[in-house]
Design a protein around this ligand. Structure first.
Ligand code: FMN
Length: 175
């Protein structure tokens, strides 16, 4: 690839979402252009101004109006980080009721390399739908981060959530 590759970082409403700037920094240091798509709930976890300053693009969360220009270049790869229980299950089931999910559901058919970095507690992860959804996403070729669910109501596991793993998983996947 000659042009700068472009990464979409899809941010869901998980407790760790406010640290998404760490992934953006790491990606930019590796030469990626980065645009952020937040779920409507995820938007509330982000410092919009800081992220937009960092990426140089507006955060996308809602669909544009017909005829409006596309705010972001097309994606060469997508990292869903952090990924919630909710968005993982809806994505695997083919539900596209947020812009983020619409982009993810379409990415499969477009063949865009995609990584999911779940950040979910063990009680949610015990729900049978969750394992089935991750299996479905793996079957679709989605690369899954290794984070092990944290204990519920115990402060989360931010210290062992490796943002840079998203980029490691994408290595060699871009033409
Ligand atoms: C403070 C706070 C922290 C949350 N942390 C998580 C989390 O770490 N993982 C998760 O799956 N859901 C978490 N949730 C629940 C999600 O925000 C909720 O399921 C929401 O509907 C997810 O929306 P989204 O998938 O469209 O981003 C949290 C909610 C709140 C209010």
């Amino acid at each position: 690839m000659t042009a700068q590759p472009f990464l979409y970082v899809v941010v869901c409403a998980a407790g760790i979402a406010g640290d998404a700037h760490k992934l953006i920094t790491a990606a930019q240091e590796q030469g990626w252009g980065v645009g952020v798509i937040a779920t409507p709930q995820g938007l509330g976890f982000l410092d919009t101004e800081a992220i937009e300053d960092q990426t140089g693009y507006p955060i996308r969360s809602a669909w544009r109006s017909p005829g409006d220009p596309r705010p972001l270049p097309p994606a060469d790869a997508i990292a869903v980080a952090p990924a919630t229980f909710n968005t993982i299950n809806k994505w695997a089931a083919g539900i596209a009721d947020t812009l983020a999910l619409g982009i993810l559901c379409e990415a499969y058919g477009m063949g865009i390399p995609t990584v999911v970095m779940p950040y979910v507690n063990a009680a949610m992860a015990a729900h049978p739908a969750y394992g089935r959804s991750l299996d479905q996403l793996r079957e679709m070729g989605v690369l899954v981060g290794a984070y092990e669910p944290h204990r519920p109501k115990a402060g989360g596991g931010a210290d062992r959530f490796r943002w840079e793993e998203a980029l490691e998983l994408l290595e060699g996947k871009i033409d």
